[in-house]
Design a protein around this ligand. Structure first.
Ligand code: ADP
Length: 497
């Protein structure tokens, strides 16, 4: 296949031009090795199209383009102009919201209305970081009168960014927003399961007026293009979102190459703790959203649910009714809440966990089976009476499957909540302010929600304690991950003998 654009169609937009090339230097180009790979529609298991695949040589070309842009026009551009460009990109994305969301729903399988929500968050993230572009400041440091000391924050340089398939556009925005606002250039690799929406987004980059090479977007496989990016000697920083397993490989590649800076946003097994005094109806709705939003394919999914003993039976019965109301099916149906899992690999992995829960003797309250006979759909699944050491309570499933257990006291809840290798997020449901604060402060997690779950805002940082990652995304904290701090000492009239 040599076409760099193909005509595809979505139920919302009708026919549109889908780019398939690698986006390097503001142009779509084929891969040097001429390889392509198929993109599957998870709702139908059919091939949507094929896209060009980046191999090591293409990574070299993209990194060289990003280097040239970094040392040239991008570095010289006043920061306020970076804000203008990011705002323009956000405006263009807003104008194309329906197309971007439709392509996301087609390729990833998420419900169209949820994809539209993701695009809204993409726009908000780009605007938030546009606001920071000309507010990256250093300090003066008072040490002695014969000297003048100051610090400045400088861009790191060429950033490699590797994103997952669960929020293809939103993860792109979380990554490029702070990187471009602070003056870096980027080579971003999308996940092989979901390359399409980012390629549509790439058409807006040139239109917004970014100089060639500032933002390059490539499709390709993790062990080939992803590994080449993380090992590259001319990449100054690598940012990754994905599994803990691959996170380790990326850190190792960085250590073994040029010790590039590393930030990682990894897995989770987030506890959702419900106390006796919680508003039970609201708690159930948030717990339901916490686990089943995005088909359970969220790193911060509330997949471990601990319920205080007095309300346990009532909670489980009511949660079963709530989960059974979630409409599973065609992402483009207006009432759909849950579409298919992203791929056959993920479908099989999740079904394997469901089998292990059954084999270990946990109670299947609802679900536990495939939904329908075409596409990678899985019924929303609740396991109750789950023991702390069962696999379904310990390992990240990344699907619509949760594990419920009982607890007695506040101390028990904290102990159970923290009994995990991860530390990405947690939530607490209670009307008692002191319980809420005591538990929130004691949980080892980068984000704690009180009486809600899965709410993220561009202004508020997100990231992991423990094995859930290194560094923070979103908010002001993300800027630190994309700048180097330089200290300058100026001798005014200190004399040396
Ligand atoms: P999942 O298991 O959910 O597919 P991964 O962590 O494997 O998640 O993938 C997340 C991203 O990491 C994808 O873009 C994928 O291509 C990339 N990736 C996978 N393996 C590697 C690797 N060895 N080096 C760099 N990137 C990788």
């Amino acid at each position: 296949m040599t076409n760099l654009f193909v005509e595809l169609s979505t139920p919302i937009t009708g026919p549109y031009q889908q780019p398939t090339g690698l986006f390097i230097n503001n142009e779509f180009v084929p891969g040097v090795d001429g390889k392509t790979f198929e993109v599957i529609n998870p709702s139908t298991e059919e091939v949507i199209t094929s896209v060009h695949e980046a191999t090591e040589k293409d990574v070299d070309i993209a990194v060289a383009a990003a280097r040239k842009a970094f040392e040239g026009p991008w570095r010289k551009l006043p920061p306020s102009q970076r804000a203008v460009l990011l705002n323009k990109l956000a405006d263009l994305a807003e104008a194309k919201s329906e197309l971007l969301a439709s392509v996301e729903a087609l390729d990833n399988g998420k419900a169209y209305k949820m994809a539209l929500g993701d695009v809204g968050a993409v726009i908000a993230t780009l605007r938030y970081y546009a606001g920071w572009a000309d507010k990256i400041e250093g300090r003066t440091i008072d040490v002695k009168s014969e000297m003048f000391h100051y610090s400045r924050r400088e861009p790191i340089g060429v950033c490699g960014q590797i994103i997952p398939w669960n929020f293809p556009l939103l993860m792109l925005a979380w990554k490029i927003g702070p990187a471009l606002a602070t003056g870096n250039t980027v080579v971003l690799k999308t996940a092989e399961q979901t390359p399409l929406s980012a390629l549509v987004f790439a058409t807006l980059v040139k239109e917004a007026g970014f100089p060639p090479g500032v933002l390059n977007i490539i499709s390709g496989f993790g062990p080939i293009a992803g590994a080449a990016l993380s090992r590259h000697m001319d990449v100054d920083k690598i940012a990754f979102t994905g599994s803990t397993f691959v996170g380790r490989a990326i850190m190792k590649a960085a250590a073994e190459s040029n010790l590039k800076k590393v930030t990682l946003e990894l897995g989770g097994k987030s506890p959702n703790i419900v106390f006796n005094d919680a508003d039970i109806e609201q708690a159930i709705s948030w717990v339901n959203f916490g686990i089943y939003f995005n088909h359970g394919q969220c790193c911060c999914a509330g997949s471990r649910i601990y319920v205080q003993e007095e309300i346990y039976d009532k909670f489980v019965a009511a949660f079963k009714r709530r989960a059974e109301q979630n409409k599973v099916g065609d992402p483009f149906h207006p009432e759909t809440f849950q579409g298919p899992q992203v791929s056959k690999v993920q479908y099989d992995r999740i079904m394997g966990y469901i089998e292990s829960g059954k084999a270990d003797g946990a109670t299947v309250v609802t679900g536990g089976e495939r939904h329908g006979d075409k596409g990678y759909f899985i019924q929303p699944t609740i396991f109750a009476d789950v023991k702390q050491d069962m696999k379904i309570m310990q390992e990240e499933i990344f699907g619509p499957v949760c594990a419920i257990a009982k607890f007695k006291t506040v101390e028990d809840a904290i102990k159970l909540g923290n009994d995990t290798f991860y530390g990405l997020a947690a939530s607490v449901h209670t009307k008692d302010l002191s319980t809420a604060l005591k538990v929130s402060n004691a949980l080892k997690a980068g984000t704690v929600w009180v009486n809600c779950h899965n709410l993220l805002f561009p202004q508020a940082s997100f990231g992991g304690f423990k094995a859930s990652g290194i560094g923070r995304e979103l908010g002001e904290a993300a800027l630190d991950n994309y700048t180097e701090l330089k200290t300058v000492h100026v001798n005014l009239d200190a004399r040396i003998e």
